[in-house]
Unconditional design. Structure first.
Length: 462
């Protein structure tokens, strides 16, 4: 998951007013709070809503508190598989009917699977809100989990794996980051899963997974946009309220990732990559347990956001050892990752890029940061967030991220202020605490021809 500090705007009109009003001080923009409502149904369903009549549209999102970390042992990819299965038939809907209920009225729908959550989201003209609430309740309560749907969507997921991991020259690199970075926590299972695990699965495995996690007390419904609150409550009660709360408890991940005691190194080889690459990761605290995530995300942006960023200027422009670079601070419900990587230029090896990555991170962690540079990056991050939140869909995403990943919906109204307050000292502190002062995992990514002669000190090939 990426930076989603909230405190979004209630409407486009409000956004214009904020943009023109004077800030509280010379550097901080005063941003009105999102006026959200939150309630729980007796069956445990959480409902968050934001009334906003800026446009005659409404966003409907169902966030299930289940991600790839909850996949059964030896059955990686189940959460992702269900992202696909939820678009198949139900007792009262044909397969792919969600497309007809959204696209045929000028709207859209999609879904995504992460480490911690699976979310389904639609945007439609507001007079179709009732239909969408019925449809989401229908596929929660009456999904057809049968052999036909299971096998067809398993084949789709397996082909997605072939395209995104095997056919992509650097797909195996990014797919190896989590397995290499975690030793105990189930985050080590990649979200997309594996063909072997999916092929080993039975229909009963899939039915059991559905019954375990797709239930009202493991879901959050978010509605944002043009609606009447009383009518929304009545429809939610009508379509979701009758569902019973299961008596069985929801399984929780209890694994604790141990602190790293030494630096580790792995080698991954590729049959399709034309050039080598290198990635380095460090563990960071859970998003809800630390105020350090936002400074870490600012640090990642200083390193890699745009052509003027430090990693681009050093590795791509000045030294010309890389053609692509990146950094990210990925906050999760459990321990997250700070990652830096480089895809090399022709004639260069991972060790060259690794050395420069460390040098740039150490320099950022210890040397003065120009005020203009820090302000520019924070303004870019702030602008991105405010731009997204000019839509009902963006508002709903911000609330989902705050509620399910950051520890509570209230973060939607505090994180943008926290972003604006990040200082040079904050960037130095978090990098020295979690990155330059901590143990790392390094992945050397080599074209297949280089497999026979890895650099000295490499660990076992993966």
């Amino acid at each position: 998951m990426h930076l989603r500090p909230a405190a979004l705007l209630a409407s486009l009109t409000l956004f214009t007013a904020v943009a023109l009003s004077p800030p509280v001080n010379a550097t901080e923009l005063a941003i009105p709070s999102i006026q959200y409502r939150q309630r729980s149904l007796p069956n445990g369903l959480q409902v968050i809503s934001v009334e906003d009549h800026a446009s005659p549209n409404v966003a409907v999102q169902m966030w299930y508190h289940v991600g790839s970390k909850d996949d059964p042992q030896g059955r990686s990819g189940f959460a992702h598989l269900f992202e696909h299965l939820m678009f198949k038939s139900t007792k009262h809907m044909h397969a792919e009917q969600m497309d007809r209920l959204t696209e045929d009225v000028g709207g859209a729908n999609n879904a995504s699977t992460g480490d911690d959550v699976t979310n389904y989201f639609e945007i439609v003209p507001s007079n179709y809100l009732q239909t969408l609430l019925w449809a989401e309740a229908e596929r929660l309560s009456n999904l057809n989990v049968d052999e036909k749907n299971f096998k067809s969507e398993r084949a789709v997921v397996e082909e997605e794996y072939r395209q995104s991991v095997l056919a992509n020259p650097y797909g195996k690199l990014f797919n190896a980051i989590d397995p290499s970075s975690y030793t105990v926590h189930p985050y080590k299972r990649p979200t997309i899963g594996s063909i072997e695990d999916l092929e080993a699965a039975s229909l009963q495995n899939v039915i059991d997974f559905h019954n375990t996690f797709y239930r009202p007390d493991n879901a959050t419904l978010i509605v944002a946009g043009d609606f009447d609150p009383k009518q929304l409550d009545a429809w939610v009660d009508q379509y979701f309220g009758w569902m019973p709360k299961p008596a069985t408890p929801i399984p929780q991940v209890t694994a604790k990732e141990p602190a790293r005691k030494k630096n580790l190194r792995y080698t991954v080889t590729s049959e399709t990559a034309p050039l080598p690459a290198v990635a380095i990761t460090w563990l960071i605290p859970p998003a809800a347990d630390s105020a350090d995530l936002i400074p870490l995300q600012v640090a990642a942006a200083l390193l890699s956001q745009g052509d003027s960023s430090r990693l681009y200027q050093a590795l791509v422009y000045r030294h010309q050892v890389a053609q692509q670079v990146g950094a990210d601070a990925d906050g999760r419900v459990g321990p997250g990752l700070f990652t830096a990587y480089a895809i090399l230029a022709s004639g260069h090896r991972p060790a060259e890029a690794e050395k420069l990555l460390h040098e740039e991170i150490i320099w950022l962690a210890t040397q003065p940061i120009a005020v203009a540079e820090l302000d520019k990056v924070k303004t870019q991050l702030l602008t991105d967030e405010l731009r997204q939140r000019q839509t009902a869909q963006g508002i709903a995403f911000a609330l989902g991220q705050a509620s399910l990943i950051e520890g509570g919906a209230e973060h939607v109204n505090t994180d943008l202020a926290a972003l604006q307050q990040v200082s040079e000292a904050d960037v130095h502190r978090v990098l020295q605490k979690y990155v330059t002062g901590a143990h790392s995992v390094t992945i050397d990514y080599l074209p297949q021809a280089a497999k026979a002669a890895p650099a000295a000190g490499k660990g076992a090939a993966k």
